[in-house]
Design a protein. Structure first.
Length: 307
């Protein structure tokens, strides 16, 4: 298989070595569906793995396969300007943030602006005006959390760490290209949301800092995502979480967690220069393979996430 000016052998589907970017590209190209999209492992096309694949291939200079993926993504946009997880789902969701990460010169300016507008118009249920009025009518006290909107997985539900991180990354990348007070405001409030949802000892899980009266423990992948989204922010909490992330990375045996931890640490200039993925760390899904390729591109100064 030709990749740029190199020829490589495509490895078996489902186990691309984390230390071999060229093999990872071969595996990624092998998994593209005839419709131009990608599955998570095999089967029908989904927006999440397709966006990650396109981002990775663009960074690697594989324009042809990326164009087919972009055409599929454009074909499944919803009437509200957002994107659903796959073509047969009607409701736009968090994957719109992933689409907004795509370069507008490749996705198309109108499609990119559509994704940005959807993100700016979406927030967790707990910070909407209607919810706050309802709580006031019920006699419940106002809380600071209702003034710092994050993003939900699905509109009309509560905000969570994962979709908030991806939305911030997309808006920050857009803001660098086209500064906007609206984008800047949502980025800052989203970052405050993340800081308020940090676990007591540093790091992040998927949602609240307490569960059933007990302090929640952080997870490696969400800690890496949050740190990436907090690029440029300053807080003692970030320093605490960077220490947690470095320890997670030292013990990490998951490709997904390793990818996000490295992106998060890189965002703050804290990725250990001597770090090398441990032997046997395998990328077994399309998003894992794509993020691995994104990190290889960032090592060459082509960070597709703005990180």
């Amino acid at each position: 298989m030709a990749i740029g000016n190199l020829v490589v052998q495509a490895g078996p589907v489902g186990a691309s070595p984390a230390g071999s970017p060229l093999m990872a590209i071969g595996n990624l190209l092998d998994r593209q569906n005839p419709d131009g999209g990608w599955p998570y492992v095999r089967g029908g096309s989904w927006v999440e793995p397709t966006v990650y694949s396109v981002l990775a291939l663009l960074s690697a200079g594989e324009i042809g396969p990326a164009r087919c993926g972009l055409a599929w993504i454009r074909s499944v946009r919803r009437s509200d300007g957002g994107w659903a997880p796959r073509a047969d789902i009607d409701e736009s969701t968090w994957v719109t943030a992933l689409v907004a990460l795509l370069p507008p010169e490749h996705l198309g300016e109108a499609f990119h602006q559509s994704a940005i507008a959807w993100l700016l118009d979406t927030q967790g249920r707990e910070t909407t005006t209607l919810y706050r009025i309802r709580e006031w009518l019920l006699g419940n006290p106002d809380t600071p959390d209702r003034h710092f909107p994050g993003w939900p997985w699905v509109p009309g539900t509560a905000a969570w760490v994962g979709p908030t991180c991806l939305a911030i990354l997309a808006l920050a990348k857009h803001h660098q290209r086209r500064p906007s007070a609206a984008a800047r405001g949502r980025i800052e409030k989203g970052q405050t949301f993340l800081l308020r949802h940090m676990c007591a000892g540093g790091g992040w899980n998927h949602g609240g800092v307490n569960a059933l009266g007990y302090a929640s423990r952080p997870y490696p992948e969400t800690t890496g995502m949050a740190l990436a989204a907090l690029r440029g922010a300053t807080s003692p909490k970030i320093d605490l979480s960077l220490a947690v992330a470095r320890e997670f990375l030292r013990q990490c045996r998951s490709a997904d967690a390793s990818n996000w931890l490295r992106l998060g640490l890189r965002a703050h200039g804290q990725l250990p220069v001597e770090y090398c993925p441990p032997p046997g760390l395998s990328c077994r899904t399309v998003p894992e393979t794509s993020l691995h390729l994104a990190l290889a591109a960032a090592d060459r100064g082509r960070g597709i996430f703005g990180v």
